[in-house]
Ligand binder design. Structure first.
Ligand SMILES: [Zn+2]
Length: 477
């Protein structure tokens, strides 16, 4: 088996508990074989080795919140993620998953995923397509409630009937038995909003039986955020499974500062149930175009439009003014499409990011023509901006939120940490230089300061150059 000694690195093990230490790591096959301070002296001098002086060696990052279900198949190089040091993505968030929906015209928000890819009736079919594409990063899949609903519920404006619930539960049960890791929902969006507590609880119970997690895009992230947190938590508590509150935020000017209350509620709930949250380190959200979000107060920047692809990247206000119409009217003419919504406040984002229950999820939208910069920049930005620059997070904390904490939350036992026997997903970066460059004006600029990435023991990235594509579809261990 191939071996490589990475020596004299600053080792940040992802646990969040061990202070960074200078040492060596021996990689053998797809595993970490050993860690120590003196391996470079003890081991055979002929062993291939790499001097990592001045570099941080950390577990490959895990993107807790991705929409990469189709990207893994259509763009298996996975450059936006690999170039940030991400070795594993969690797919199927916000109720939006490819499986098990069969459709050539998926409605919003499912059209955030490449639309011609809704052709996998089961987890096994999706996994086979991913494996055939051989992506550069690992994936673990959640099954989206909205996808289940679109496949099984005949009238989307009402809750599922008992018979429809049973069909959805059977499909979910099958997907989990085949290797999916949990359930997600997004009752914020129309095709899912009519779901009642009975429908969601029935599905959450199926996920609980398989030891899965339940990730929730809350029904309301604005004025009704407290009730929405309570609703999601009650469902997960009754079903008996861990809850992940997705991309937590207090959106809209009137809600600014409310993270004091939301986090206090989340802490109280965490005393009775397993619970975590993810966040992306930006002040703008991004999703499909919605007239109700064009409130005249929120700056909105177009990320894609099927009717007017040439306008991607422009401000909605300018488009509306060019067309001499209101912003909601402009939205209607641009549909279907997506946008960045500048809805959040720095104090809230910082407070949520620093919270010990919070892990990092990019929420990147890989098919947008002019995407939110989180797609290419979320992970380096956590360290560069909130760690190194502002001192909000230590290096150990930042790495933990991007690896060990996420692995724990999603039940990945041998990833997210550096220890002998664990999978060799590794990232090597220069702590002084590792920085995001993507911004709202140039959203696809790759990060700098990333030295190398290994996925399942194989060299996957070397100073801006992609190498082996060694990702796997992960199942519960
Ligand atoms: Zn979402």
């Amino acid at each position: 088996m191939p071996e490589l000694l990475l020596h004299q690195a600053l080792i940040v093990d992802g646990s969040g508990a061990t202070p960074a230490w200078r040492g060596d790591l021996l990689l053998r096959g797809d595993r970490i074989a050993a860690l120590g301070t003196e391996l470079h002296r003890e081991l055979d001098a002929s062993l291939p080795r790499r001097d990592c002086t001045g570099m941080v060696l950390a577990p490959g990052f895990i993107d807790a919140h991705s929409h990469d279900d189709a990207a893994l198949i259509t763009t298996p190089e996975m450059r936006p993620k690999l170039s940030q040091g991400v070795c594993t993505v969690v797919t199927g968030n916000c109720g939006i998953s490819l499986l098990p929906l069969l459709s050539s015209e998926p409605p919003p928000p499912l059209n955030l995923l490449a639309r011609e890819q809704f052709r996998y009736p089961s987890f096994t079919a999706w996994r086979a397509a991913v494996q055939a594409a051989q992506p550069a990063v690992n994936a673990l899949a959640l099954v989206g409630h909205t996808a289940l609903r679109l496949r099984c519920v005949s009238e989307l404006g009402r809750a599922a009937t008992a018979a429809e619930r049973a069909t959805m539960c059977a499909l979910l049960d099958q997907a989990l038995a085949e290797g999916a890791m949990g359930l997600s929902s997004g009752t914020f969006y129309a095709p899912a909003a009519a779901a009642d507590a009975t429908e969601l609880l029935a599905l959450a119970r199926v996920a609980a039986r398989h030891g899965g997690v339940y990730a929730v895009h809350l029904r309301d992230e604005m004025a009704g955020v407290m009730a929405a947190i309570q609703e999601a938590a009650d469902c997960a508590h009754k079903a008996g499974l861990p809850l992940v509150i997705s991309h937590h935020k207090c959106a809209g000017r009137k809600q600014w500062g409310h993270s004091l209350q939301t986090l206090a509620l989340i802490e109280r709930l965490a005393e009775r149930q397993a619970l975590g949250l993810d966040v992306y380190p930006y002040l703008a959200g991004s999703t499909v175009l919605r007239e109700d979000l064009a409130d005249g107060l929120t700056p909105i920047r177009l990320t894609w439009s099927e009717a007017h692809p040439e306008l991607a990247g422009r401000w909605l206000q300018d488009i509306a003014s060019d067309w001499a119409c209101s912003e909601p009217e402009a939205v209607a003419r641009l549909q279907p499409g997506g946008a960045c919504y500048f809805q959040m406040q720095e104090e809230d984002v910082s407070r949520i990011l620093a919270h010990p229950l919070t892990m990092i999820g990019s929420d990147g939208l890989p098919h947008d023509r002019f995407p939110h910069p989180r797609l290419w920049g979320a992970f380096p930005r956590v360290w560069a901006h909130y760690g190194r620059e502002r001192g909000l997070l230590s290096l150990e904390q930042a790495v933990h939120k991007m690896s060990g904490l996420t692995a724990q939350r999603f039940g990945l036992k041998d990833r997210g940490v550096l220890r002998a026997g664990a999978a060799a997903d590794l990232v090597l970066f220069d702590p002084e230089r590792f920085t995001d460059r993507a911004d709202y004006a140039q959203p696809t600029l790759p990060a700098i300061g990333l030295e190398a990435v290994w996925v399942n023991g194989q060299a996957a990235w070397e100073r801006g150059r992609p190498l082996a594509r060694a990702g796997r579809v992960l199942s519960r261990e």
